[in-house]
Write a new protein. Structure first.
Length: 511
């Protein structure tokens, strides 16, 4: 192809991009004139044109029409493009809505011009995002026939349709049909695969929780996931041909997922109540947990065992309902019974979950449950580095929890408050009495768990809170000795001790 032809087409596309009401027919006519209706053109030419259109200053509708025009087949042949061009297009389509380009890309992929599995997955996700179920099913069928996709992909995206498509059949009616199709295709629905499917289904709810959606929008995200979880649970528990013991992890994951859905809905309710200045409990009501408790009783014998699945669900349920003391007691019993690497990882997760749920209490009531939970983690064996793990040490998580606790206690002493208020709060049980208990636990923990403990106290305001609480103790000099002993055990940098001594020296002159 002559060198001037791509640039002639580029100038034609620039003119087309300035049209306020651009149609695909007009863009196609301009492109045909620029190419002189040539029967063959190189992939490099199309790569250059696609990159040119992606960088031209124009509106999203015009860019969508021009990209779809470039992807449109000329005669009975599709324009040849390099895989990197497809990847660039897919990245652009994730950021902006290009419906015409999406349909053209779908035609290219189904014609066999893009064998990259990652591109197929990206295009499938775009179809789900656009709720284009017909094209999604066509891609699944062709991808499985061509070996680009697996049968697991088909079930994953079929469940996504059950989750998002209002016109799809109810899961209770379609679950047997779906699972029979899975068995006919030669793929066994085992425990691991079901856990993966459930984890993928809960992704929209996790994103909605991070975005702090309102109650109505959160209910729209939670309801379809809850329907699918109920359908899976009924199918597993009442299907005579299935051994229930073969799906122990799936059952535990379902119950934990239901607790997450309940917590997500209550978080939306609590956020709305705060905006409207209405009182609201930080935890879901006990009545809302009855359904999950009944399910746990139904599968209690199946989940009971040495691997701690039953304890996991019990701890999560107690923590979600605000019963952190009961959850901590069960965690301590589990830690004493099972010391394997896999159990230790789940025990650390359970401790973090209990701590995060304890943080939901009102500020004056959260400090004792948080400290009680942290005292459970004062064991070196719980935070040991597994032999199969190559990432950072688990003890870094414990340091973050302690940093959060000391930060919450510092706010209680009176961040951004005057000296009189600081002194008054430091004289309450939340002042030196609570700090003395926390120092004992922290000293014992730092002596047993090697870690970089400096972030716990590395802030001038925390040193001021330490000095304020120490001055209100019965014997201030002994209190300072206990604080210094804790800092030495933690092996913190010298600047923290200097900040503490400066805060003690300037305590009478606090504003």
């Amino acid at each position: 192809m002559p060198r001037a032809v791509p640039w002639a087409a580029a100038r034609a596309l620039e003119r087309a991009g300035k049209e306020p009401t651009l149609t695909q027919a007009y863009a196609q006519r301009l492109l045909d004139e620029a190419f002189h209706a040539g029967p063959s053109f190189s992939a490099e030419s199309y790569d250059a044109l696609v990159r040119h259109v992606l960088h031209l200053p124009m509106g999203a509708p015009q860019r969508d029409v021009l990209l779809a025009t470039l992807l449109h087949p000329r005669g009975h042949t599709y324009p040849p493009m390099a895989p990197r061009t497809y990847a660039r297009l897919l990245r652009s389509m994730r950021a902006d809505a290009f419906p015409h380009t999406l349909r053209a890309m779908h035609t290219h992929v189904c014609a066999g011009h893009l064998p990259d599995p990652a591109a197929w997955q990206t295009l499938l996700r775009l179809h789900v995002q656009a709720h284009d179920w017909a094209r999604m099913e066509e891609m699944l069928r062709l991808g499985i026939e061509g070996g680009v996709l697996s049968a697991a992909d088909e079930y994953h995206y079929t469940l996504l349709r059950l989750q998002h498509d209002p016109s799809a059949p109810h899961p209770h009616n379609s679950m047997d049909v779906l699972l029979q199709h899975m068995q006919q295709s030669g793929l066994r629905l085992n425990d691991e695969m079901l856990v993966r499917l459930l984890h993928a289904l809960s992704a929209p709810v996790r994103r909605a929780t991070s975005a702090h959606l309102g109650t109505e929008r959160m209910a729209q995200k939670v309801a379809p996931v809850q329907r699918l979880v109920d359908a899976f649970f009924v199918w597993l528990c009442h299907h005579d041909a299935l051994p229930l013991a073969a799906f122990r992890h799936s059952l535990a994951h379902m119950l934990e997922l239901e607790l997450q859905l309940l917590a997500a809905q209550h978080q939306a309710v609590m956020s709305e109540a705060r905006r409207n200045h209405r009182p609201c409990s930080p935890f879901p009501p006990r009545a809302s947990l009855q359904k999950i408790r009944a399910k746990l009783v139904l599968v209690a014998d199946t989940l009971s065992g040495e691997d701690g699945l039953f304890e996991r669900v019990q701890i999560a349920m107690d923590a979600t309902s605000g019963r952190s003391r009961e959850a901590t007691a069960k965690l301590q019993a589990w830690i004493a019974r099972d010391a394997s690497d896999s159990a230790r990882e789940w025990q650390r997760r359970a401790l973090v979950h209990i701590f995060s749920q304890a943080c939901r209490h009102a500020r004056p009531r959260r400090l004792m449950p948080m400290l009680h939970t942290l005292s459970t983690g004062a064991q070196a064996d719980l935070w040991r580095l597994p032999t199969s793990r190559t990432t950072s040490a688990p003890a870094a998580t414990l340091v973050r929890l302690w940093t959060r606790y000391i930060g919450a206690w510092t706010h209680m002493i009176g961040v951004r408050r005057g000296r009189r208020t600081r002194v008054r709060v430091a004289q309450t049980p939340l002042g030196w009495p609570l700090l003395a208990r926390a120092l004992d636990v922290l000293t014992r923990t730092a002596a047993q768990v090697p870690a970089a403990w400096a972030p716990v106290w590395d802030h001038p305001e925390r040193c001021r809170a330490l000095a304020t609480a120490a001055q209100q103790s019965p014997v201030p000099c002994r209190a300072l000795v206990r604080i210094e002993e804790c800092l030495r055990t933690m092996q913190v940098p010298g600047r923290i001790a200097r900040s503490l001594h400066k805060a003690v020296a300037t305590f009478p002159r606090y504003p």
